[in-house]
Design a protein around this ligand. Structure first.
Ligand code: TRP
Length: 442
């Protein structure tokens, strides 16, 4: 995503924006959130929000990017003539900065697991994945800070060298491969004892499991997986090719995100009974359960290693775009400062990410607001800054932008979707988001 770049084709654009949007949100965060907030009930709410709130907002962000065609701390003033509205862009910038801070914690765990599995493979006696104990690994403050540092460093090097394009090309192979691996894990999981119970848990919505918190977190999850309100998707669209079709691109991203989320759920929940875990394990859920499932397969350790590398890849295609967003808002198309700003931003992210990592070890006792420091960083981003950013953009689009110009950027409209979409964005979305905010306060 270098500044001058424009993808030549719609497919290139979809690949890049899907790579950015699909990451830890669908694979790691969805299952653990669903485990805490009612399984099928959470999935049901998540689907409703993703389709009826997330999709129209994603289409809105793409439309704004195509109309504005510049970086997001300038795009709002360029479109409206009001300089102070750039604050929406800065809100997004702050969101991705904090987001990268806690994203790198999980990225760091993947790095450590890769190192661990690799060592297991090398040693002759210990070829069982049961040796990998989540608690033991994650409670080691030095190790986790190191893992996270490596994750941030990898991201920084890619952004500094400007080789994201190469990565996007690689994602053509890596992402489908990850998908195949997920299906293999699901297939294995489904054969385990008590699998049906897990399938029911995640697929069957039970009304009595719906809670106010579940509703709030399901909406936050939709924002998180679709990168809404962080201006990330606006940025991607601002580089998009002329002929790109906003609606079909948005729909593909939504479908892929839902598919990966459901598959991740189906990989994990059916296995819980066999391995004696409860759905409410929290952020460690995927890391605790999947090694045990792989362990049941022939060559499980090799498969698990490949899976982890693909998983790391998916996390990196998201984290580079998180860092890139911060960098491009400060370089403002002047690439001479690119290297220096990449390094400074990465160091700052590393500093704020340390308390997030330590939330799982030495600082685990510190709890306030939404929970640990890690939980609070996630809450501030997913439940406050992202909805705020989206609210700001809906207000700009609904109240300040010219309807006709919007219609042009919306593109060909075979199914006459513009008018209902516009009504939704102008009247309904602001009310929904503000309502959720009010509920959140109590
Ligand atoms: N959607 C990403 C995920 O699911 C996380 C994310 C949110 C993001 N906002 C972003 C990634 C902006 C890149 C840019 O993992």
């Amino acid at each position: 995503m270098s500044n001058q770049s424009q993808w030549k084709t719609s497919t290139g654009f979809i690949l890049a924006s899907a790579g950015s949007a699909i990451g830890l949100g669908a694979m790691w965060k969805f299952p653990y959130m669903a485990g805490i907030y009612g399984g099928g009930a959470f999935l049901f709410l998540f689907l409703i929000f993703t389709i009826f709130v997330g999709l129209p907002l994603l289409i809105m962000e793409f439309t704004v990017g195509i109309m504005g065609r510049t970086y997001t701390t300038r795009i709002y003033s360029k479109l409206t003539g009001k300089k102070w509205l750039n604050i929406i862009g800065w809100n997004g910038n702050l969101a991705v900065f904090i987001l990268f801070g806690f994203y790198s914690v999980i990225g760091g765990w993947i790095v450590i697991y890769i190192g661990n599995v690799f060592l297991q493979l090398l040693s002759v006696e210990h070829t069982s994945l049961t040796q990998i104990k989540f608690e033991k690994i994650i409670s080691n403050p030095w190790l986790t800070v190191l893992g996270q540092g490596i994750f941030i460093l990898l991201t920084m090097i890619i952004v500094m060298l400007g080789v994201e394009k190469g990565l996007e090309k690689a994602s053509k192979i890596m992402m489908p491969l990850l998908f195949v691996f997920l299906i293999i894990v699901v297939a294995k999981s489904l054969t385990l004892d008590g699998a049906l119970e897990g399938v029911r848990y995640i697929l069957q919505p039970r009304i009595e499991d719906i809670s106010v918190k579940g509703v709030l977190f399901a909406l936050g999850q939709s924002f998180f997986t679709l990168s809404l309100g962080t201006t990330g998707m606006i940025t991607y669209a601002s580089y998009a090719p002329k002929e790109m079709t906003i609606k079909s691109s948005a729909i593909s991203i939504v479908i892929m995100n839902i598919l990966v989320s459901v598959l991740a759920g189906l990989a994990i929940f059916p296995a819980l009974k066999t391995f004696g875990y409860a759905p409410q394990e929290g952020p460690g859920l995927l890391f605790k359960v999947l090694p045990l499932v792989f362990n049941q397969m022939g060559f499980g350790i090799v498969f698990y290693l490949i899976f982890l590398i693909l998983f790391l890849f998916a996390a990196l295609t998201s984290s580079i775009s998180l860092l890139e967003l911060n960098v491009s808002n400060f370089t403002k198309n002047d690439n001479t400062k690119r290297k220096a700003i990449s390094v400074i931003a990465s160091i700052l992210v590393f500093i704020i990410s340390i308390p997030a990592t330590l939330s799982f070890s030495s600082l685990s006792g510190i709890k306030f607001g939404a929970g640990t420091i890690f939980d609070n960083m996630d809450f501030i981003v997913s439940n406050i800054l992202m909805p705020l950013g989206a609210l700001g953009t809906t207000l700009v689009v609904g109240q300040l932008l010219d309807k006709q110009a919007l219609k042009e950027s919306f593109g060909k409209d075979k199914f006459k979707l513009f008018v209902p979409w516009y009504i939704l964005i102008k009247y309904m979305m602001p009310i929904i988001i503000i309502l959720v905010f009010i509920v959140q306060l109590f």
